[in-house]
Each structure stands twice: as structure tokens, then as C-alpha cells.
Design a protein around this ligand. Structure first.
Ligand code: DAH
Length: 366
């Protein structure tokens, strides 16, 4: 049928448009009822989109209804008013039904969204996971606190050193057997990872001269195969006190006081003659077992004593090397391993646990 020709029966055309609408609308009609069987929260949103297509189909420019509206001017004048009313009546009916459907779908979308996003404010919150300090840090800080209260400064050393600081300046010349026991890791350009914190003695005296009192906690490295009591990387604390008239009595008094504050008033300290290239005389020190008090137990391997570190009077060669006159000044030095101390205090049977970063292990020290 050509566009500009009036169909046989315009009334029949518009009525069939209405019937087609009614038939297809059945699908949505049920939705306006309250419990419209919409399972997932997405359903009403999908349906809203369908309704919008449905609106275009039945009310849009290309709809049968739109075509019927154009006929109003073409029907015979006697029929025009009644036909126009019919078309308008059908259009407003369709508009009204579609809008009601959209409204109820929108309400449905809204209430499902509210239900989905609802928060039960009475539920207990999730506790944030708080970290804590590593046991080595805890012990290091306790050691620092004790020495700071005794008037010692805390020195920060460097972990990469030259042979000069790690050995020569500490009175360990080339070919000295002490180099072998402190073998470390070397770079190709003459640097090495320090094997002891004693290197900081040299830096501190070079920079500050005498008198001075300092401790230097830090990481050191040795070419050791890891086992329960060895690790190629571990922590030490170095101590150094240089002044006029410093004697072995000051060394013994300082170490004994430190250990009393660390392990309790009744701790007894013992010095045994020993050898270190950078001290003369040298001594190793032990303290009475903090667990059994000296009677013997598993921790002190039944000896009653725990070996802790090395010490001695700073060798005149070391003082001379940094430009401090050994005729005027004397000093004592000591060094001890923090990891070993941590292992003893926390009853660890393998120091490697301290460096494996296993949260199940570390979280026990909160
Ligand atoms: N640096 C030594 C070591 O790693 C420990 C030590 C011994 C430090 C005697 C000292 C000391 O300051 O006087 O085995």
C-alpha cells in the first residue's frame, strides 16, 4: 500500500495496533504486581531495558500508532473526530501502561539495590592486623637503651668496607691467621662486606677522636655455611670507650652492669683470657645462666655459664692508626652477637628462623 494512501479501514489499523500492544504487554503486566518473581537483582534492570525497546516499538516514529496518527487528517471529515479520539485514547492507554510498568520496575531495582548494599552496623568490625618489631630489633633496642643511659652514643656503621677498615686498621695485617676465621664476601673492586662491627671503632675514632664512648649495633657477614647456630649474615654490637686513665676495671664494670640490666640483678659476669688482634690484653666474657642462675640446665649446657662476647683493652697500634696518642689515652672495647642472645632469650634452637620471614614464627614475639 503506497504511503500517502488511506488504508481501507483506518479504525481496523489502529485497533490492531492496540491489540498487538495488549498481547505483547501481557509479559510485563504481571510485573506490576508486588512479588513479581524476580530472582536476581539484575532482572528488573534487564526488563527496564526491554520496556524501553517496547516503548519505541509501539509509540516510536515507525510504530503503527504513529502511522495511524498521520491518518487523522485524511479520513473523511464526519469520521475524523471519532477516529482522532480513538487514536488518542489508545495512545494514552499505551503510555499509561508502559509508565506504570517502568515505575514499578524502577522501584524494584531500587529496593533490591538497597537490600544488596545494606550493612549490618551491629556486626563486630574486622580488626586491622598490626605488625610488631622483629625480636632482633627488640633486643637491639634494649641494648641501646642501656648503653645510652650509661652515656654512650650510637654509631651507624657501613656494611661495605675496604680491607683497611675490616682488617688492617684493626691490627690484622695481610696473611694474619685472624683473616681466615673472618672470611667474608668480596666484590671485584676491592670492597668486602664487613665481617665484624669492630670496623666502626675506626670510623668513630677517625671522625670524633678521643675521648669517646659509643656502641655500634649492626649487620655483619661471614662465609659460613648456614646451620642451627651459624648464618652468613648476623648482628653484632660493638662497644668502645676511650679516655684518659681507662683500665680493665672499667671494662669489667661496664660489661657487668650491662648484663645485670639485661638479665637481672643477680647476674654474675666472668672474664677469661683470650686473644684478639685489636686488643691487648683480651678477654672473653660469660655470664651466669639467666635460666638456672648457675646451677646448670639445658640452656647453659649444664655449665652454669653462657658465653657471650669478646673484649679487651684497645691495642696501642689501633689507637696510633687513627691518630690517638696511646701515651695519653687508653680504652676498652667489646663485641657480642645479638642473634645468639635472642636465640637464648627466646629459647630458639635454630637462629636461621630469625631470617626466614615466616610470619607464623615471627608473630609469636608480639
Ligand atoms: N669483633 C670480634 C668478633 O667478631 C668481637 C670482639 C672481640 C670485639 C673483642 C671487640 C673486642 O671489640 O674487643 O669476633
Amino acid at each position: 500500500m503506497p504511503q500517502d494512501q488511506t488504508p481501507e479501514d483506518p479504525r481496523a489499523q489502529v485497533e490492531s495496533a492496540r491489540d498487538a500492544f495488549e498481547r505483547e504487554f501481557e509479559r510485563f503486566a504481571a510485573l506490576t504486581a508486588e512479588s513479581a518473581g524476580l530472582k536476581s537483582p539484575d532482572d528488573p534492570e534487564v526488563l527496564l531495558r526491554d520496556v524501553s525497546e517496547f516503548r519505541t516499538k509501539h509509540l516510536g516514529k515507525k510504530s503503527v500508532l504513529a502511522a495511524s496518527k498521520k491518518l487523522i487528517g485524511k479520513v473523511s471529515p464526519e469520521e475524523r473526530a471519532a477516529f482522532g479520539q480513538l487514536v488518542q485514547q489508545i495512545e494514552s492507554d499505551i503510555v499509561e501502561k508502559i509508565e506504570r510498568t517502568e515505575q514499578s520496575l524502577r522501584a524494584r531495582v531500587e529496593s533490591l539495590r538497597t537490600a544488596r548494599e545494606a550493612v549490618d552496623v551491629t556486626l563486630p568490625g574486622r580488626r586491622p592486623h598490626r605488625g610488631h618489631l622483629h625480636p632482633i630489633t627488640v633486643v637491639r633496642q634494649r641494648i641501646e637503651d642501656i648503653f645510652v643511659s650509661l652515656g654512650y652514643a650510637i654509631e651507624d656503621g657501613r656494611e661495605i668496607e675496604t680491607d683497611f677498615f675490616n682488617f688492617d686498621a684493626l691490627n690484622i695485617p695481610d696473611n694474619h691467621p685472624a683473616r681466615a676465621t673472618q672470611d667474608t664476601f668480596y666484590t671485584t673492586d676491592g670492597y668486602a662486606l664487613r665481617s665484624q662491627t669492630s670496623t666502626v671503632q675506626i670510623h668513630a675514632m677517625q671522625r670524633r677522636g678521643a675521648p669517646l664512648r659509643m656502641i655500634a649495633p649492626g649487620r655483619v657477614f661471614r662465609r659460613d655455611t648456614p646451620d642451627p647456630t651459624h648464618n652468613p649474615m648476623f648482628f653484632q654490637v660493638e662497644g668502645l670507650c676511650v679516655d684518659r686513665g681507662i683500665t680493665m676495671a672499667h671494662l669489667k664494670g661496664t660489661v657487668a652492669e650491662f648484663l645485670r640490666r639485661m638479665f637481672g640483678e643477680r647476674t654474675v659476669t666472668r672474664f677469661r683470657p683470650s686473644y684478639f688482634p685489636f686488643t691487648e690484653p683480651s678477654a672473653e666474657f660469660d655470664f651466669s645462666c639467666f635460666k638456672c642462675g648457675g646451677s646448670g640446665c639445658r640452656i647453659c649446657k649444664n655449665s652454669g655459664w653462657i658465653e657471650l662476647g669478646g673484649s679487651g683493652m684497645v691495642h696501642p697500634n689501633v689507637l696510633r692508626g687513627v691518630g690517638v696518642d696511646p701515651e695519653e689515652f687508653s680504652g676498652f672495647a667489646f663485641g657480642l652477637g645479638i642473634d645468639r642472645m635472642v636465640a637464648l632469650m627466646y629459647g630458639l634452637d635454630d637462629i636461621r628462623l630469625l631470617f626466614e620471614n615466616d610470619i607464623r614464627f615471627l608473630s609469636q614475639f608480639d
